[in-house]
Design a protein around this ligand. Sequence first.
Ligand code: ATP
Length: 308
Amino acid sequence: MKPSAISIQNLKKSYGETTALKGIDIEINDGEFFGLLGPNGAGKTTTINILTGLVRKDSGSTDIFGHDTISNYRFTRSQIGISAQEFAQDWFFPIEKLLYFQAGYYGISKAKAKSKVDELFERLGLEKKRQSRLRQLSGGMKRRFQIAKALVHDPKILILDEPTAGVDVKLRHELWQYFRELHQTGKTILLTTHYIEEAEMLCDQVAIIDNGEVITKGTPKNLTGKQGDSGITINLSDTEVDLKNHLKEFSYSLDDERIHFVSSDPEADLPKIINKITKAGCHIQRVETTKSSLEDVFLKLTGKGINE
Ligand code: ATP
């Protein structure tokens, strides 16, 4: 069987009195877009820093493509590119030079790195800024440079730690598009975010983490379906017709002239339900759908909002 791209088992970490990770388990398949979603201080950056060797774990295991990140650190680090949350850079060199330095850390010569460097400057809209120093870039440009730096050695795994923190809406959407493209080329992506929409829009799988623990995981659709309150409410103009036989396959409750259907996927179920009701000869007056978000799931499981 193919090993997971990232395998984290029973990972624990404390900083003095503060327990950052209480034993988390996460498996990320090769080629998956995985979201680690949680509020500030949940333990997301600590997890990433352990994977990349910046923080020492207390116990548990972290493997990249089946190789332990400590005993096989050279191999495992070569597989990962990380766009960190904080800008820790040399502020005085032109950013083009910084990208070549970064490639050099992975043993890639300037001549070999050139086409990748050109491609990244072009794709991330930094072409005109190649000779600028980092301190001369805007916040959004710094964020884009950070992503270019993570990709210059063409890693199989891309780790994005809050990649759209502090960027405007337009750039956020452009970056989402770029991340989707990278995912389509087969990269495994681990994204940490506290933007619910970001995780919902991009990720195949999501783990919601709070207080150093994974509280639930699954596809965004399954999570909102299983633990959210998605559904469809239909107001009928007559209740004389016996609908029971027609609606056998659905889970619903009838309250006077209103029927409420529990549905994990209201968009898919709505046409089927309308079809059954009209076939039964009933007239529909009003239709309302409610779709839960991962925010609702988080609220239900923890009793607080993710960005509180
Ligand atoms: P954010 O979204 O704010 O970055 P996070 O989910 O990434 O949060 P971490 O940065 O991993 O969370 O922090 C988890 C916990 O560990 C927090 O309580 C934090 O204060 C603590 N912590 C993190 N790094 C250190 C450190 N170097 N020394 C002491 N405590 C730390």
